[in-house]
Design a protein around this ligand. Structure first.
Ligand SMILES: Nc1ncnc2c1ncn2[C@@H]1O[C@H](COP(=O)(O)OP(=O)(O)OP(=O)(O)O)[C@@H](O)[C@H]1O
Length: 347
């Protein structure tokens, strides 16, 4: 293995080695699309790291550069101490990768799929049977291990995908939007496995569009938008960056003209004292401010005095959805070309 540099954490902790290190990584596709622009990040061993971003932000392209499925046009990648250009084979052997598209063969049973993965990853013959049984038990597919994968639900197929990515017991696993399209129950079940794997020492790099998923699972997050990392920190740090509480106001008429008028009323009320952020939402407004709790009622009165009917409201501590809205200007999971609905209240 190549020597790896250590990452520093709090002075009291022993510095952990970096499982992933990306230095100024850029990827421009042949079409000219600059999908990833000068991305640098370090993930220490043992961390559960989340990589968030809206559709087309560059998450999959970054993951592909990290797992050597594509060569960056600029920058350097080191994973588990292996340089992505020089030690490609060794790097690949040291990681698990669950792609967005399934890699299982639907005609085969779960057992056959995992056995096939064992062969592909060179798991010693004598260890295979026990390894297969362990993994199928881990993802709760032991009872249906001999049924063809085509008879499985979406959640079961994803769980089989996870099992095949783990056959060689990699110290680091990349999960690219592993729960997209699953119902909440199936998603929760996968979260349990991911947690368990991480608790047993596996470093996890997860991309997701689901902010609750990131909040539930991740020690630390980076947000990518339009190919650039725009925020990084623990979920708590990112929420603190929002700067205050959030007043969500649902309007009776949430048409563009009324919402714009409501936004103007809030901004010109003087109640926010020049700080805070007012964002338009599908149902009305979101007002993020240190003063949201104190002046919430007065803002509602100002709207009523302007003839704008309020259907409902609530004040809450920031969630990652609010972080996302504040950073990228669009609600999570939405990408509106050319639109930026966030405006500073005092501007
Ligand atoms: N093979 C490709 N050739 C050209 N452009 C591509 C290719 N793959 C992705 N892109 C473009 O690169 C940008 C980043 O795409 P990428 O798939 O990395 O984003 P993402 O954040 O993973 O999105 P999603 O959440 O939709 O999967 C997008 O503009 C996309 O259209």
């Amino acid at each position: 293995m190549q020597p790896v540099s250590a990452t520093t954490s709090s002075p009291a902790e022993t510095p952990r080695r970096a499982a992933i290190r990306a230095d100024g990584v850029s990827v421009t596709y042949a079409s000219g699309t600059e999908a990833v622009k000068n991305v640098s990040l370090t993930v220490p061993e043992g961390e559960f790291f989340g990589f968030l971003g809206p559709n087309g932000a560059g998450k999959t392209t970054t993951i592909k550069a990290l797992v050597t499925l594509l060569d960056p046009t600029g920058g350097a990648v080191t994973v588990n101490g292996f340089d992505a250009r020089r030690d490609r084979r060794a790097l690949r052997g040291s990681i698990g990768y669950m792609a967005q598209e399934t890699s299982i063969d639907l005609e085969l049973t779960a057992r056959e799929n995992v056995r096939f993965a064992c062969e592909a990853y060179g798991v010693p013959r004598g260890e295979r049977t026990a390894r297969i049984d362990d993994l199928l038990a881990l993802v709760d597919l032991a009872d249906v291990a001999d049924d063809q994968a085509k008879t499985y639900s979406g959640g079961m197929k994803k769980r089989l995908d996870v099992a095949t990515a783990l056959v060689h017991r990699p110290p680091l696993v990349f999960l690219d939007e592993p729960t997209t399209g699953l119902d909440p129950k199936a998603r929760n079940r996968l979260w349990e496995y991911f947690r368990r794997i991480n608790e047993e020492g596996t470093t996890v790099f997860l991309t997701t569009q689901y902010l609750e998923e990131a909040d539930q699972l991740c020690d630390r997050l980076a947000v990518i938008d339009d190919g650039r990392i725009v925020a990084e920190g623990t979920p708590a740090e990112l929420k603190a960056r929002v700067g205050g509480d959030v007043l969500s106001v649902d309007l009776v008429d949430a048409d563009a003209v009324t919402v714009e008028r409501a936004e103007r009323v809030v901004r010109e009320s003087g109640l926010l004292d020049g700080e805070g952020v007012v964002s338009r939402t599908d149902t009305g407004l979101s007002v993020t401010s240190q003063r949201a709790r104190r002046v919430g009622t007065d803002l509602l009165v100002a709207l009523r005095d302007a003839g704008i009917l309020v259907e409902g409201f609530e004040v809450h501590s920031p969630t990652l959805d609010d972080v996302f809205l504040a950073i990228t200007g669009v609600p999570a999971g939405e990408r509106v070309a050319g639109a930026n609905a966030t405006t500073g209240a005092g501007r």
